[in-house]
Design a protein around this ligand. Structure first.
Ligand SMILES: Cc1cc2nc3c(=O)[nH]c(=O)nc-3n(C[C@H](O)[C@H](O)[C@H](O)COP(=O)(O)OP(=O)(O)OC[C@H]3O[C@@H](n4cnc5c(N)ncnc54)[C@H](O)[C@@H]3O)c2cc1C
Length: 376
């Protein structure tokens, strides 16, 4: 019997792990190389759109995620001061029936751990920071900062917005700093002192907003993420802390629910919001990019990880049953199948108008990465 294809995946984030799980389903031998020495449970929430949930269902993770995540009645959009409802995007059972999967609000660490559980430990190599790639006659050679070397038939660069794989393939290009920052944190809902808040609301201000939601099924933990101007702050790091007092001042005058959540917040992280224009190419022969490495976006549609997870399913379909000499074509087919959609989501997200008023959401949430037609 012919030996299975070997694919090296660089990066064990949402996209890399989803890709590893999806490629294993079609019999591909995967190894994931991650620069971090261990997985950390980061204090953040993540919205898992119905479109991403369809992929996660196919990876066998639906019941685990339903058990750990919050099932909101809607994503409400309200005026910062008057509380007037601008557009209440109903989720719950109605949307689940319409779009074919639930909309869930999760702790980011729970989603990451669920994806990691779908990939055997022996397939993940921590402490491996990629520094070099060479296409050779017998595969692609990867070199790592720790001195290790590996060879695989193909490579997937799922190494995030500052992708080294992208830099090696297409040259270094800086990210676009949007001039805005996000404060975010999760904390126990008991700190709210019994005050009840909406399931999930984006409070729209004039030049800033805050999104607040629960991330546990029993409403025991809440999360918020903001966006506001601060052109000189350029740190994107999970360890960069913000000043809670400055945050409260920045949202003074917002609705009482916002005031309550910020008053109870013990500490907060601060993060510069970046994106990129769409890339001309994602693929060079037997190497492709995936997720934030090729289509990073602002977080305003809550779709960045969802796009990476969709990529994983579509890539697995493109690689299903192909031979070694067909890999480059399969990667080109993957790019052609995914480009228009991800560019549209990047651009819509950048505009920050999603759900601000009645919005057609079908094109985002009804998409089914397991069944959508592939490019020729
Ligand atoms: C404030 C905020 C809120 C968000 N909210 C949502 C949301 O609600 N819903 C949603 O769908 N998306 C959301 N997103 C977007 C989402 O976080 C990203 O789109 C998603 O994490 C991208 O996944 P990825 O796997 O492509 O990249 P990443 O998650 O960045 O993973 C990349 C991995 O590659 C590793 N790596 C990097 N370089 C190397 C190297 N040289 N060698 C080896 N490993 C390497 C990194 O350590 C990392 O583990 C949000 C983003 C932000 C900033």
């Amino acid at each position: 019997m012919a030996r299975p294809l070997t694919v090296a995946i660089v990066g064990a984030g949402m996209g890399g792990l989803a890709t590893a799980a999806a490629l294993r389903r079609v019999g591909i031998d995967v190894t994931v190389y991650e620069q971090a020495a261990q997985f950390a449970r980061l204090g953040a929430g993540i919205q898992i759109g119905c479109n991403a949930m369809k992929v996660l269902r196919g990876l066998g993770l639906e019941s685990r995620l339903r058990g750990q995540s919050f099932y909101p009645r809607s994503w409400n959009n309200r005026d910062w001061r008057t509380g007037e409802v601008k557009f209440d995007m109903i989720f719950g059972e109605t949307a689940e029936q319409k779009f074919g999967a639930p909309y869930l609000l999760a702790h980011r660490g729970d989603l990451h751990a669920a994806l990691a559980s779908a990939v055997p430990d022996e397939c993940i190599k921590l402490n491996h920071r990629l520094v070099g790639l060479d296409e050779t006659g017998c595969g692609v050679r990867l070199s790592f900062a720790n001195g290790a070397v590996a060879v695989a038939d193909a490579v997937v660069g799922a190494d995030g917005v500052h992708s080294v794989v992208r830099d090696l393939l297409f040259g270094v290009s800086p990210v676009n700093f949007t001039g805005r920052i996000a404060y975010r944190t999760t904390y126990p809902a008991t700190l709210l002192g019994g005050e009840r808040i909406d399931d999930c609301t984006k409070w729209w201000g004039e030049d800033r907003h805050i999104v607040i939601y629960y991330v546990k099924p029993d409403r025991s933990e809440i999360y918020f993420v903001t966006s506001q101007p601060e052109p000189d702050f350029r740190i994107e790091s999970w360890s960069a802390k913000g000043d809670v007092r400055e945050l409260r001042t920045a949202f003074a005058g917002f609705d009482r629910q916002v005031e309550t959540v910020l008053a109870a917040c013990p500490d907060v992280h601060k993060w510069a919001i970046v994106d990129r224009d769409s890339l001309e190419h994602w693929v060079d022969r037997n190497v492709t990019l995936l997720g934030d490495a090729c289509h990073p976006m602002t977080p305003y549609m809550a779709q960045g990880a969802a796009m990476a997870i969709e990529d994983a399913a579509v890539l697995s379909r493109c690689l299903d049953g192909v031979g070694r000499d067909e890999l480059a074509n399969a990667f080109r087919r993957f790019e052609a199948s995914r480009k228009d959609r991800t560019v549209r989501v990047q651009q819509t997200s950048r505009a920050n108008t999603w759900l601000k008023e009645r919005t057609d959401t079908d094109w985002v949430y009804a998409y089914d990465a397991w069944n959508v037609p592939l490019a020729a």
